[in-house]
Design a protein around this ligand. Structure first.
Ligand code: FAD
Length: 505
């Protein structure tokens, strides 16, 4: 006799881990599923702690805040946060060069002609300025200005922004919200994961104090350890270090030395790159590097020599490997955050991947029957997203004129994924950029980085010739003027923070 599968709703969810991933999941699941939904328990171990980094974000986080009903000003105040209009890349194309990867868009498309095709054609005629001149985010960032988008038909309507925040304060902020919506926190160290003998689903986790936590759905937020998905369920790790050899970061906070710029800075060094993330009460700094190319001591010395204010703590080293698990949902376990995979923080995508994982889990919320088609779809969407972000990050390292160290020579010469090679081939011929289905990075991002890193297009997209030259020139000049005027209208970033979200107020 066969038994019908239990198809009832999930009644108990156990989230293992209380870092950014765990508390984001707890806050979102409890808020959306409501007081009559499943009981949610979060297990975390103070003794083990969290990675405690992860402080720069990208614009889709606004949707996550919206889902949680978070007031943005409260959120920025509570996390010592600042606003972010994009990333400045220093010394990536060659030493002494800088470019800006802005949020938002470049210019406006004149009719059916994409902006970038018009720009490139005029660039070839010597009649166009650098891309940044046509981006409100890049122009405002250079002037240290910020405001939220404004209604109307001006560049101010296209301000894209995200946040920098203190990771520890962010986890605390989310924890307060999650506990207020019914999540029960359990302190303890997981020492065993038991699987049902019938189907290999996770039954329960056992804690060091003997406690046992049973659930229908387990969310693995245990960080690099990947206790459930990796260790207990054996999802294998696809290692991407042949493309992304950086495997360590040394991080140190430093004192604030002036008004916070409204952007993250990423500065390339001899064997990696350094982030600078301005917060209200401190600056986050870190050197992400490849241990095969530079020692930890040397990396630490480079970091300390390149921070602006006094170091506020001892430098701390983190170890990682680029890659992801072959599947992120296996049986009754979904991995969010570092337990599912890691891509270095060059484009601030990890927190975003946690957010999309949560959104998709809610979209494909299982019953206790755990429909395999949902699981397959979840895995397909998540792995595709991971892979396209991977390509975007590899682009920064590979498309470079730097040949000054063995590290950069290796990256410039290495074979790259076919998907990225194809994009570069298309760009090299016509300067054409595109967004594949619903991938994260838009045309603006691909164009900013391909142009910024110094890839050359031998011609321009033929559609760029569809506008008469004089008309195109007038349209581009106007976009540049209107963008500059709009940026002048914006308050300074510091004034904006002081008025809306000063920490401690
Ligand atoms: P963790 O913070 O490691 O949390 C794991 C949790 O699991 C902890 O609570 C721990 O106590 C618990 N745990 C582990 N084992 C056990 C056990 N046996 N029993 C009980 N509990 C256990 N992302 C961005 O979006 N932007 C950035 O700018 C950015 N910068 C980064 C810089 C670096 C150097 C690194 C390494 C990452 C960065 N990230 C960034 C990624 C970001 O930090 C992570 O995605 C995010 O913090 C989520 O981490 P996590 O919650 O998955 O893991």
């Amino acid at each position: 006799m066969t038994h019908a599968k239990d198809d009832g709703p999930v009644r108990r969810i156990a989230i293992i881990g209380g870092g950014t991933a765990g508390w984001m999941a707890a806050a979102a699941l409890s808020r959306v599923l409501g007081p009559h939904g499943p009981a949610i328990t979060l297990v975390e171990s103070e003794e083990i702690g969290t990675v405690g980094v992860g402080e720069a974000t990208i614009p889709p986080i606004q949707a996550f805040n919206g889902l949680l009903g978070i007031d943005e000003d409260d959120f920025v105040r509570a996390t010592g946060g600042t606003f972010k209009l994009g990333i400045e890349f220093v010394d990536w194309r060659h030493l002494g060069h800088r470019y800006f990867h802005p949020f938002g868009v470049y210019g406006v498309d004149p009719g059916a002609v994409p902006f970038e095709a018009m720009w490139r054609r005029l660039r070839a005629e010597g009649a166009a300025g650098p891309l940044s001149d046509y981006s409100i985010c890049a122009t405002a960032a250079a002037a240290g200005r910020f405001m939220r988008p404004q209604p109307g038909n001006t560049p101010l309507a296209h301000i894209g922004y995200a946040f920098h925040f203190d990771a520890t304060l962010y986890a605390r902020f989310l924890r307060t919200r999650a506990e207020a919506t019914g999540v029960v926190r359990r302190e303890g160290r997981v020492v065993d994961v038991s699987l049902r003998s019938t189907d290999g689903f996770i039954d329960a986790v056992t804690l060091a104090d003997g406690g046992r936590i049973e659930a229908d759905l387990f969310v693995d937020c245990s960080g690099f350890r990947s206790l459930l998905l990796g260790d207990a369920l054996g999802a294998d790790f696809q290692d991407w270090s042949s493309w992304l050899p950086n495997d360590r970061a040394v991080a140190v906070p430093s004192a604030v030395t002036g008004p916070p710029p409204p952007y993250t800075r990423a500065t390339a060094h001899a064997a990696g790159w350094q982030w600078r993330i301005p917060l209200q009460h401190r600056v986050g700094n870190g050197y992400v590097f490849a241990a095969d190319h530079v020692s930890e001591d040397e990396a630490t010395a480079t970091l300390l020599a390149n921070i602006e204010g006094e170091a506020l703590a001892e430098p701390r080293t983190l170890r990682f490997r680029a890659g992801r698990r072959s599947a992120l949902w296996v049986r009754n376990c979904v991995a969010l955050g570092l337990s599912g995979g890691f891509l270095e923080p060059l484009e601030s995508t990890s927190i975003h991947l946690i957010q999309t994982g949560i959104a998709r889990l809610l979209e494909m919320l299982p019953t206790r029957a755990f429909e395999p088609a949902d699981t397959r779809r979840y895995n397909r969407l998540m792995t595709t997203e991971f892979d396209s972000i991977r390509d975007f990050i590899i682009l920064h390292f590979h498309a470079t004129g730097r040949r000054d160290t063995a590290y950069w020579r290796h990256l410039a010469d290495m074979p790259i994924p076919d998907t990225l090679a194809e994009r570069i081939a298309i760009y090299n011929r016509t300067g054409r950029v595109f967004r594949e289905t619903d991938e994260l990075f838009t045309k603006t991002s691909w164009l900013a980085v391909m142009d910024g890193q110094g890839l050359l297009a031998s011609s321009y997209d033929p559609i760029g010739a569809a506008l008469p030259l004089a008309e195109a020139r007038a349209a581009l000049d106007r976009i540049g003027q209107v963008t500059a005027a709009a940026a002048r209208h914006m308050p300074s970033h510091q004034d904006f923070i002081d008025r809306h979200s000063r920490a401690g107020k």
